[in-house]
Design a protein around this ligand. Structure first.
Ligand code: NDP
Ligand SMILES: O=C1O[C@H](COP(=O)(O)O)[C@@H](O)[C@H](O)[C@H]1O
Length: 507
């Protein structure tokens, strides 16, 4: 791996502490960082290198997946960190930063490859990119890369404007837009599973698939992010980015050994083929909800509008469910249902592929009917794949009985999303980053939803915290003769009737 200077804007912030340092530490332990790896952390406040290093050590000790119990390797890791105060708007600070970086590159005899990670609010992205360019920080003989966090824009127009500004300092190949769902191990496996298993590959079409359900349920509420979340809502916070990325990843058909460029083009094609919704049709395809007071895991929680710093009159969405259609030969006629929300009954992120039921159609009215075959990709709370099959139960007059073939990973050994993404960025591998084309098409697709929500054309359904969202979300599927899998009664029914064949792996 090539040597690199990792320049971290927002080095004193929450994301750096909880995600970036622990991810770097795990890569360090697995020897996945370049030799002579070093970091320059930037923030507004004045800190010495020693105080900064102590903060990095603390965050690694607190948040790392692997225990930081070897003091020698921990010291060696934090020794790679230096700190410099920098105000994003002050040009002279970038000149000082350049001098510091050049000095370190000379000391360590490094090729001047520089990776700039913007772990700061999106309002700073354009100013930082411009200052990197104007100060000469981006003009060294080595490569440069820009890593940015979401949110990438607030709507189509602002996303385009931001992209225009970034493009003046960095080319598309140099911009790595982080969508941490693309870093989740199960999401990264989706393509490989399909490509390397002819059984799955053959089934991946509307001939066999009845519908696809993509769920990201959360138990947390708005937490301390009122300022951001009340302007974003579930549609901008989760749907436009993470949920549509999951849709692209599950719907693409990839030939073996596809290049990043091929993956990008296939994902783009999925977005281009998504049937657009018109503002006046949104209410029949999209359900908007907001949590009311309720109980989650035995604990009472307030409603959204009683949360700190949220107005009592807020009409912000904390839940969204939608029915999407892909107008392409493989997927025509297969509804993709997507839902995500806060303060729901349990944390669960999964994709369920429900297969068609020719046996059910053939069975007479009196005959007992089998359950559909399901293929479930679970990302949270545990990573796993489950296949639901039907068998007959000799103990119950040969009645149909679903069985589950289960693969579950030992999640302690799984890399965190940020580890995967940082590793790929260091290697310059763009496959699991959001390309501008996807981001632009995603904003374009959600734009009528944003407008319909803004103009109050879609009812805002309250749902008690601790449920699965508004009943209208169930009705969205019931209209087509389906239901969300693994919610309440449905899931317990399957669990009770089903027999489990489990396969556990350490990887
Ligand atoms: N936290 C999370 O879990 C997630 C965060 N994100 C995104 O990551 C980004 C960072 O979030 P987060 O770490 O939570 O934010 P924080 O508010 O915790 O940290 C902000 C950082 O930016 C620095 N900063 C702010 N203003 C300036 C300035 N004018 N000049 C220089 N530095 C400045 C702060 O420095 P100082 O401390 O010195 O003021 C601090 O290091 C945001 O875009 C957020 O949306 C995305 C997904 C999850
Ligand atoms: O990006 C975000 O994601 C988290 C959910 O991530 P997960 O990995 O825990 O599923 C969400 O809570 C947050 O609001 C959003 O900004």
């Amino acid at each position: 791996m090539e040597t690199v200077t990792f320049v971290l804007f927002g080095a004193t912030g929450d994301l750096a502490k909880r995600k970036i340092y622990p991810a770097l530490y795990n890569l360090f332990l697995e020897q996945k960082l370049p030799k002579c790896f070093h970091v320059i952390g930037l923030g507004r406040r004045e800190l010495s290198d020693e105080v900064f290093q102590a903060g990095v050590e603390q965050s690694v000790t607190q948040f790392s997946r692997r225990k930081a119990n070897d003091p020698v390797s921990l010291k060696s890791f934090v020794h790679a960190f230096r700190y410099q105060a920098l105000d994003i708007g002050r040009k002279e600070d970038y000149t000082k930063l350049l001098q510091r970086i050049e000095q370190r590159e000379r000391e360590l005899n490094l090729t001047p490859n520089r990776m700039f990670y913007l772990s700061v609010g999106p309002e700073f992205f354009a100013a930082i990119a411009t200052n990197i360019k104007e100060s000469g920080l981006g003009s060294a003989a080595g490569w440069k890369r820009l890593l940015i966090e979401k949110p990438f824009g607030h709507d189509l127009q602002s996303a385009r404007e931001l992209n225009r500004q970034l493009s003046e300092a960095f080319s598309e190949q140099e911009i790595f837009r982080i969508d941490h769902y693309l870093g989740k191990p199960m999401v990264q496996k989706l393509g490989a599973l399909q490509q390397n298993n002819p059984v799955l590959d053959a089934l991946w079409t509307n001939r066999y698939i009845a519908n696809v359900q993509i769920t990201a349920n959360e138990t947390v509420g708005v937490e301390e992010r009122a300022g951001y979340y009340d302007r974003a809502g579930a549609v901008r916070d989760m749907f436009q980015n993470h949920m549509l990325q999951l849709l692209m990843m599950v719907a693409i058909h990839l030939p073996k050994n596809s290049t990043p460029e091929e993956v990008r083009l296939k994902k783009k094609k999925v977005m281009e083929d998504l049937v657009p919704l018109h503002k006046q049709d949104i209410a029949s395809h999209v359900i908007r909800g907001q949590y009311a007071a309720g109980t989650i895991q035995g604990k009472s929680v307030p409603g959204y509008t009683s949360e700190p710093n949220i107005s009592e009159a807020s009409l912000n969405d904390t839940f969204i469910a939608a029915k999407l259609q892909i107008d392409a030969p493989f997927w025509r006629g297969v509804p993709f249902y997507i839902r995500t929300g806060k303060r729901l009954k349990e944390k669960s992120t999964r994709i369920v592929v429900e297969f068609k039921e020719p046996l059910k159609q053939q069975a007479s009215a009196q005959e007992e009917k089998p359950m559909p075959n399901l293929l479930v990709f679970e990302m949270s709370p545990h990573e796993g794949i489950t296949l639901q099959l039907n068998t007959r139960d000799p103990q119950h007059q040969g009645a149909f009985k679903p069985i589950h073939i289960d693969f579950h990973s030992n999640h302690q050994d799984l890399p965190e999303a940020y580890e995967n993404l940082l590793y790929d960025a260091l290697l310059g591998k763009p496959t699991f980053f959001a390309h501008w084309d996807e981001v632009e098409l995603s904003w374009q697709w959600v734009e009528p939803i944003l407008q319909a929500f803004g103009d109050q054309l879609v009812p805002l359904h309250p749902y008690p915290a601790g449920t699965y969202g508004p009943a209208e979300s169930d009705a969205l599927l019931a209209k087509d003769g389906y239901h969300w899998w693994f919610d309440s009664e449905c899931s317990s029914e399957i669990q009770l009737k089903g027999e489990q064949y489990a396969y556990h792996s350490n990887h």
